[in-house]
Design a protein around this ligand. Structure first.
Ligand code: BGC
Length: 405
């Protein structure tokens, strides 16, 4: 009889971060510029973040010490190519050391090449909407993969490309901060599709590592009488379909989700965070998280099934799943429910190979600053001391037992 509480041999359990959100001092990136603009919607600048740039070794051994065996982080294009065509051997060496630290601790390094930030020079040259973007991304992937590929476990080209057109060109919450620029948003999406294709090929041509894209797939539920509409959520979901089509040629598909969104006869019922009011208090309630999202870990099952249906036979990595909460027991309950969704999908025969919690650390949550706390580990904002929460040990135990108990 199959033990439904168990995960398959080799299943990866870990946590994720991204460079700008944890490294600190990412001064050459477009986000640094955006955070410091006078008219910025950002609550606060990223500053030193979690000083992960210097403390990666401590973080990776802490993670391994809890029993986790995978770590997803991103490499920073703005550091690797600080000026157009100038590649920094020192920055690449730094990321080799981060990768070596993972290998020494027997932690599988899952590396994202682009997680929301661009070098400032590239944003000035038109950013994602520039026709040069795909070729520049391809060259960056080629150079980074040549220098790091022998140590990378899995490579993710672009994080959540489905949302970058809308957040940067329609909603004005990410650089370049345009609102209602439909043409810019469309160009960004077209370029990102091409960039994923070209970047993935460049990485594969250097080393035979599994390559894929990571997509945010909230569970969109239509109620009786609701019609599909043109809310940004639904538009992003259609963009996901194009990426899922490309993902059929990839080595894995990265699935990430946080909640569900319900669409009623009059449109979306809960849109999560109200991006039109970034000054709103971030308080959680019994039903909602600090992000204003419904606390609904079951969304993960729907996201995995959607990816499996769109990309038959392609392995699925859960590359992000998490909750922003001040109550750690709530985080544990969230992970427990999300992992039960993973087990249900496994028992349906879907090839799921990882569960990476977002996030390893309480970190810089983009325009919302440091207020939302997603981490398994807290960070003292003065000393950067790591303060592991019970949830880190809880997930580590699941990993050690390869089972939910
Ligand atoms: C992103 C992260 C972000 C997290 C929580 C994901 O969409 O990849 O960068 O911090 O969600 O909002």
């Amino acid at each position: 009889m199959i033990d439904t509480n168990r995960f398959p041999e080799g299943f990866l359990f870990g946590a994720a971060v991204s460079a700008h959100q944890v490294e600190g001092g990412n001064v050459n990136s477009d986000w640094w510029w955006w955070e410091h603009l006078e008219s910025t919607p950002c609550h606060e600048p990223s500053g030193d973040a979690c000083d992960f740039y210097h403390r990666y070794r401590e973080d990776i051994s802490l993670l391994a010490g809890f029993g986790l065996n995978a770590f997803r982080f991103s490499i920073e294009w703005a550091r690797i190519e600080p000026a157009e065509g100038e590649f920094s051997r020192a920055a690449l060496e730094h990321y080799r050391r981060v990768l070596e630290a993972c290998r020494e601790q027997r932690v599988m390094p899952i590396v994202t090449f682009h997680h929301f930030t661009l070098p400032r020079w590239l944003q000035d040259a038109g950013g994602l909407a520039s026709e040069r973007f795909p070729a520049l991304f391809e060259r960056y992937c080629d150079r980074a993969a040549a220098a790091l590929g022998d140590l990378i476990g899995c490579a993710c080209t672009i994080n959540e490309p489905q949302g970058l057109g809308s957040s940067g060109y329609l909603l004005g919450i990410n650089p370049p901060g345009h609102t209602d620029d439909r043409e810019g948003a469309q160009r960004a999406v077209d370029n990102l599709l091409e960039a994923h294709r070209a970047g993935a090929a460049a990485i594969r041509s250097r080393y035979s590592i599994p390559v894929g894209v990571t997509l945010a797939m909230p569970d969109i539920q239509y109620e009786d009488g609701a019609q599909p509409g043109s809310s940004s959520l639904e538009v992003e979901s259609r963009v996901n379909d194009w990426f899922l089509e490309l993902a059929r040629k990839d080595d894995f598909i990265g699935v990430q989700t946080y909640t569900r969104f319900r669409i009623g006869p009059d449109g979306p019922r809960s849109s999560g965070y109200d991006w039109s009011d970034l000054t709103r208090e971030m308080t959680e309630t019994d039903l909602t998280t600090q992000m204003g999202y419904e606390d609904y870990p079951q969304a993960l099952g729907a996201a995995i099934r959607r990816a499996a249906k769109s990309c038959p036979g392609i392995p699925i990595l859960v590359t992000e799943s998490g909750i922003a909460t001040a109550h750690d027991e709530r985080r544990i309950a969230y992970m427990d429910a999300a992992l039960r969704e993973v087990q249900a999908c496994l028992s349906e025969g879907i090839d799921v190979r990882s569960y990476l919690y977002w996030s390893w650390l309480d970190n810089f949550e983009w325009a919302l600053g440091y207020a939302p706390t997603f981490g398994l580990v807290g960070v003292d904002r003065q000393t950067f001391a790591r303060q592991p929460k019970p949830s880190a040990a809880w997930l580590g135990n699941v990993a050690r037992n390869q089972a939910l108990t």
